[in-house]
Structure formats: structure tokens, C-alpha cells
Design a protein around this ligand. Sequence first.
Ligand code: GLU
Length: 384
Amino acid sequence: MTSLSRYRRIVVKIGSALLVDRRTGLRKEWLASMVDDIGALAARGTDVLVVSSGAIALGRTILGLAGKTLKLEESQAAAAVGQIALAGAWSAELARHGLKSGQILVTLGDTEERRRYLNARATISTLLKLGAVPVINENDTVATSEIRYGDNDRLAARVATMMGADLLVLLSDIDGLYTAPPARDPAATHIPVVEAITPEIDAMAGEAASELSRGGMRTKIDAGKIATAAGTAMVITAGNRLNPLAAIDRGERATFFKPSPRPVRGYKTWIAGHLEPAGRLVIDAGAEAALRSGKSLLPAGVRAVEGSFARGDTVAIVGPAGFEVARGLVAYDASDAVRIAGLKSAAIAGVLGHEARAAMVHRDDLVVSRLERQTDAAATAAGD
Ligand code: GLU
């Protein structure tokens, strides 16, 4: 099931704890074995993109700051020192296999703003065409909390869907998803296959995070939502063994997330994967049914407007049960949206004082979340 040979383009996300030992620095033997696996895939014609964490962890070690709580500017400085060493190590190791590599550092806006997203995509495509392995990380030296991904799980999912990868591999300190965080619940059982990320699957993630990796299972499941919605399968497995990709190929323990059978494409991939919606529209049951049958969201079906957003921003659309049912680009600023929420289209011009768009979110700018048959998916999970 997880045999890697069927995939054409694979994004591999590597957590800090795998690459960096707090005392001794870079785990060279592990990196060499990882690159052996990448070399083997590249020799088969598979495109491999690496999303590598470890800049801050490595920089701390180099600067003698291990174990200290860092201020923002200290962790930015650590990232600057760590990133140059990290990229150098990747480049040297890939060169051993005759592979070229290119470093890409991104900030949140590079994937959230449409123009910058297209730019980043064009650069990475060109790198792949030229036969170089993209080595990607967040630009931690300039990213502050408001403008950062914060974790490389979601960043890797965004890169995977942006680049049309068919598999995202998250290498972590845990060998997959369990029914509950195993550190807290010894009775938790491992789930080999997730058909769809239902609210039940979502609840299994908990909030676990270790000191070196910020993500924990929460951000991995969020990554899974982005990836699978766009038709990218995802595997979570433990990376703390040599040749971790070969281990997946052999069928060692992992959780495999199936891609959506009806993935969103093109422009809608960009909308669906938005990481930080600027606001929320809470809608009624009639509007939810209309969205699910492919219609636009009209102001009449909007119960509540939350957040401050401008026209064209991405908003989450939440159904009466409290779950997100869609995401889309809103046609009104928040202040106007509040004024026309609940109104019939014919009444809008009177309230706003001018002719306006009939839809709050037009169907061309809207992506409905997967309709999940929760009971079926939960039964599959429990049966394994
Ligand atoms: N970008 C961070 C780093 O390279 C890692 C973030 C993460 O581990 O998710 O240090």
C-alpha cells in the first residue's frame, strides 16, 4: 500500500529531532542514509522535494544555546546560523549522489498570496526541470509570529499541493496516528489507514508536541487535510531509523492517509489550502445544502460574520453543526458582510446604497470540504 514506486513526485518533511542531536549537532549518518534513499528514488525518475526543519535546533547547538529559552531575535539568529549549515550539509550529501540541490526559504505570504504563490511554484518547477532537489524551509530569520507557518508540517502540505505532488511523507518521532496520544493513553492503538479525515480522526490528534518539534500530531492532521483535499496522499511514520524511506517501501509501520477521490484542482487548490482564514461565516442548514450541491453562498443563508476581513480574503464557512463546510474568497468586506447577513438578495442594494454582488462567496471562488461518511471511516479505523 505504501510502496513508493507508484509515486511520481514526493515531498518529504523531516523534523528537527531527526536531523539534529542537541549535544552533538547534525546527525550525519542519518542524513547520509536519508540521501541514499532520495538518490534511489531519483534514479527511478521520481521527483523528490525535501522540506527540512532543523535550522533553529542546529543553530542553537552551534551557538552553545542548547537548553536555553530563546527570545524571538535569538531564535532568528540561531536560524540564520543553523540554516547555512543545514543547507550546506544537504547540498554536500546530495552531491555525493551526483544530485544538484537548491535552497528555497519561504514565508507565509509566499504561499497565501496568489501572485507570490505562482512565483514560488514557477521557481520550484524550474529547479525540478533542471534536475536539482529543492531543499525547503521556512525563512525563520525574518518570520515573526503573525507572518509565520510556525511548523513545517503545514508548510510541507502547502508545498506538496502547490507542486502537484502525489505523496507527502512526514517523518517524525512517532510511527503514525494512534486512537489517542500513546504517551498519555497506553491503550491507544495504531491506525494503519485513514480513508478520510473525519471529526473522529481529527479528535485523535490531541495537542502533543516535543521540545524540538513544534508540530505534534495536531499539525500533521491539519497537513493531512490540506494534502488529501488536493489529491495528495500522505504517510506519517517514524524517521528515527536509518534509511527511513526504504523502511516505508518495505511496509514498516506507518499511517497512510488516502487522497480525496474528488480532489480540488488548480486555482481551487490554492483556496482550499489556505492556512489562516481571515474570518468565519456561520451559515444555516439551507445554505449548507446549497453549497454542497454546487451553488454560491448568498447573504440570506449567513447567520453570523466573525473576524475582520477585506473583500477577496479567504474565509472559513462554518455549518450549523460547528464544522467547517467550505472555504472561499469573500465578495464583501466584513463591515458590509455584517450589514447584509441574513438579507434576501433583492434587499441588499437598499442597505448598501448601491448595486452589489448577489453572492457573499461565489461558487467559482469556493471549495466545499469533503463530505465524509463519518461512521464508515470510524469503523475502518477501529477495525485495524
Ligand atoms: N522551521 C523550523 C526550523 O527549521 C522548524 C519548524 C518545525 O519543526 O516544524 O528550525
